[in-house]
Design a protein around this ligand. Structure first.
Ligand code: GLN
Length: 203
């Protein structure tokens, strides 16, 4: 399959590159518009969403990323990447792609619960699970994470916390996770995204 881009402006992009390489997929670090040429999909990593947004503006990447989305190429945002994809993030003034029809709250767990890990039920991962992985919860790492407070009609909820809080969503070829699959050994979310990329390449 074609190379998968990883937005490499700030944040934990190297971890995503490593997972892709472990899965035998060519990963391309994206820092300027021409890096997007020919990629089969793009991952926007976790980090600091204001910084990622400002750098994306500075390097003229906002419109080219929106164009690739309009062409149907998949994009997955993890944590800060989810924030950057969102349509609405409340009162913050920062550049957004605004393509994912969700309302997100940044740093939703506050200072007391900065980071935590929890097992999540993610039924969609069955599509990419090996027999020994079937039914296994996904161990999710949250770091100063956002939550999804509301979703538009085209958005499907993929995972919730036990209290019902939405932490993973999909809208057609857009994927958003409030947590960091690239920081665990479980590659099912990456395989799920690669499957989205293969499907979009074949239509
Ligand atoms: N708190 C960060 C933000 O609001 C996101 C944290 C992360 O990506 N791990 O941008």
């Amino acid at each position: 399959m074609s190379a998968i881009g990883v937005l490499a402006l700030q944040g934990d992009f190297r971890e995503h590159v490593e997972v892709l390489e472990r899965l035998g997929v060519e990963a391309r670090e994206v820092r300027q518009p021409r890096d997007l040429e020919g990629v089969g999909g793009l991952i926007i990593p976790g980090g600091e969403s204001t910084t990622i947004g400002r750098l994306a503006v500075k390097y003229d990447l906002v419109e080219p990323i929106k164009e690739m989305i309009a062409e149907g190429r998949p994009v997955w945002g993890t944590c800060a990447g989810l924030i950057f994809l969102a349509r609405d993030i409340g009162g913050y003034e920062q550049p957004l792609l605004g393509v994912l029809d969700v309302e997100v709250e940044r740093n939703a767990f506050g200072r007391q619960v900065d980071s935590f890990e929890i097992d999540l039920e993610v039924p969609d991962l069955a599509e990419v699970s090996e027999p020994e992985e079937t039914g296994r919860p996904f161990h999710a790492v949250f770091i100063r994470a956002p939550i999804v407070k509301a979703v538009g009609p085209k958005v499907r909820v993929l995972a919730r916390l036990p209290d019902g809080t939405i932490v993973a969503v999909r809208q057609e070829h857009l994927l958003g996770t409030a947590f960091h699959p690239e920081l665990t050994d479980d590659t099912r979310f990456h395989r799920y995204f690669l499957r989205m990329c293969r499907v979009s390449a074949s239509v």
